[in-house]
Design a protein around this ligand. Sequence first.
Ligand code: NAD
Length: 564
Amino acid sequence: MCSWHTKTNVLRSLLSPFHFFRLRWHHCSAADVKNEPILEFKHGSPEREALQKALHDLKDKTEEIPCIVGGEEVWTKDVRYQPSPFKHSHKVAKYCYADKGLLNKAIDASLSVRRDWDLKPVEDRAQIFFKAADILSGPRRAEILAKTMIGQGKTAIQAEIDAAAELIDFFRFNAKYALELQHVQPISVPISTNTMVYRGLEGFVAAVSPFNFTAIGGNLAGAPALMGNVVLWKPSDTAMLSSYAVYKVLLEAGLPPNIIQFVPADGPVFGDTVTSSEHLGGINFTGSVLTFRHLWKQVAGNLERYRTFPRLAGECGGKNFHFVHKSADVESAVNGTIRSAFEYGGQKCSACSRLYVPDSLWPQVKARLLEEHSKIKVGNPADDFSTFFSAVIDEKAFRRIQSWIKHAETSPNLSILAGGKCDNKVGYFVEPSIIETKDPLEKIMTEEIFGPVLTVYVYPENKYKEVLHLIDSTSPYSLTGAVFAQDKNVVSEATRLLRNAAGNFYVNDKCTGAVVAQQPFGGSRASGTNDKPGGPHYILRWTSPQVIKETHVPGNEWTYPYMQ
Ligand code: NAD
């Protein structure tokens, strides 16, 4: 074997001191990663008992939550409270805001460890996330579910698919993808060797998370950290309790101090501070498109200041549709729409909020929708497990959704078919509401509501092609959508015409419920940068690869043969 082969291996193992771990890992774990099974919480099941005990332990308790900067708890004077959505007199968390000065300290603290963390073998970093997933799957599962339920108003199953299953899957699959990525290497030809080194970004990453998924906060901060980045995590005010629990799980799993700074803060103060730092390496954002546009503009305004071009990843809102064709299976369309529009009170970015039904099927669909609607129980999900969904997240959301319902009451083109009542005495309760519109371009069909409000447009059966064009052009968003049809030609036609109308497109299934590694998630247009968290490509956003070419034969010529 010629000597450059040997040297190749020497170089590779110098660059990757984890070479042997890599082989070991590949044999035992990365290949074995599977989706976390979803528990059912049936009567008498051990998981239901554990969850009820965890809920009981939190009853009327207020957890005090500090900022964690430089590995230390910092208690500032700017104190805030997180109310439980379904019982706002219960403050589930008392936390404090970091100010500009503390955020700048957090930036310095994170930069002080960046190089070492980035040089740490990816196998070691991955181990931390595998371990965090195991902790969430086992000893901390009930606690994190209970905190998500009382803090964000989720039912047991909605908490389970989010704070347990999805978060565990994010940690395990991201770690698996990060390990596998090391094998994606350029070709080497005699007489040199090429190696791709997956470095973290130079600088820090700002992770800004929304209230509606505990898993998203863990992923926004966790995925960049896994890839060798240091992170400032600003959790959502209304998901503070569960976010802090996730943060503590990461520390328990061995995440060294300073890799992720936990910094609750006022949104604009956080945004202004991170975007004015020359060290901003990236923003990992999920939330409304208004906030993301604002952050993007701030970055653009500061462009000359940065040492590198910051990576901007933003997953934003949706105005998601169910299109029902005359050939559809009515039961699937009805059940899928009830779940998709009303689960978690319609507060999923993927929730269905516009439904298109042919006039020929409408009497049947309407009757079935109203029948199922009448069975939906809205209430306190911690005390009553038969609740289908609970209160909306806070007073601001309650007022916004209420104003949409008032709009429906007063607009001549809209009629409320079911629901429409709102009551914020105990919690922020909004009935599941079904509205019919005569105008398919009414603003209720174009703007994101983010609440339990579904609007239906009944179209002439033979105009379905026009309706597909209409769906595509109605809203600025392009997140999720579904077509319900048995006719295969219609399915292909809809798939073609709606190619740009949804980043996650479903055929004969509801438009919510994406699963990590099965349906990597995200949309384009106003719905975001479509980086597909939950898929193998996502981690590429959090690495800045370096290619090293090493030549093994001395270069003893500078002239070319053609010159002879
Ligand atoms: P939001 O935009 O109000 O807040 C998101 C985060 O941004 C919060 O942490 C908030 O404090 C912070 N923030 C607000 N102003 C800021 C600023 N100027 N600078 C920096 N940070 C700032 O959104 P929300 O109400 O928490 O979440 C709901 C939205 O999120 C909906 O539009 C929903 O569709 C979207 N969402 C999208 C996805 C997806 O994957 N596409 C997933 C979940 C939620």
